[in-house]
Design a protein around this ligand. Structure first.
Ligand SMILES: Cc1cc2nc3c(=O)[nH]c(=O)nc-3n(C[C@H](O)[C@H](O)[C@H](O)COP(=O)(O)O)c2cc1C
Length: 181
């Protein structure tokens, strides 16, 4: 069965992007194994501590390696992706052994899907820039993405309720993602 790793790009407890990930997880149901990446202890990238890799980074790389595909659900911060999301991919882009640029990194060729919930532009800029970053580090980014423009209720009450149209768009992405090989 396909193993999928969800990466939620928001650290806050009530995150809309985590709620979006849960919706996608429900739509996937028993058709794949879904795990959520815990990256709370991954340190900021620092070349002084790259070799040997810190334990949390080793775990990050193992989790990514063992997944058949990744799905990133992330908010947009100032027309881009959050810094901690960049930090993960910076670590994943680096060699395991100092100076070894021949051996492919764990992110090389990895299938990645992107979605995001945010303001009026539905995280379009964030996903555009994240696509650019992921392509640069040789990940295989799925073209079909879902952007959710949060409604007033979400902003005022902290509850994300997707419209039928938004649910349908997410479902289309779920089905495409399950076939993305
Ligand atoms: C530093 C910062 C910058 C933000 N910039 C944007 C932005 O450029 N575009 C946008 O749609 N929302 C922006 N927001 C608002 C987020 O979309 C909103 O806080 C959202 O709830 C974050 O996602 P989460 O609920 O998953 O934490 C920003 C929020 C923060 C904290």
């Amino acid at each position: 069965m396909k193993k999928i790793l969800f990466i939620v790009g928001s650290l806050r407890a009530g995150s809309f992007n985590r709620q979006l990930a849960r919706e996608a997880e429900q739509m996937i149901g028993a058709r794949a194994i879904v795990n959520y990446l815990d990256y709370s202890d991954v340190p900021p990238i620092n070349q002084d501590i790259e070799f040997p890799e810190p334990e949390a980074v080793a775990r990050l790389r193992t989790d990514v390696k063992e997944a058949d595909a990744l799905w990133v659900f992330t908010p947009e911060y100032n027309f881009s992706y959050p810094g901690h999301v960049k930090n993960l991919f910076d670590w994943l882009s680096r060699p395991l052994v100092a100076g070894d640029y021949e051996t492919p990194t764990v992110i090389n060729g990895k299938k990645v899907a992107l979605s995001g919930a945010g303001g009026k532009m539905a995280t379009a800029k964030c996903r555009e820039k994240l696509t650019e970053l992921l392509t640069f580090i040789k990940a295989d980014v799925m073209e079909l993405q879902t952007g959710i423009a949060l409604n007033l209720e979400a902003w005022t009450e902290g509850r994300m309720i997707l419209s039928d149209e938004q649910k349908a768009a997410l479902k289309v992405q779920v089905e495409a993602f399950l076939k993305f090989e």
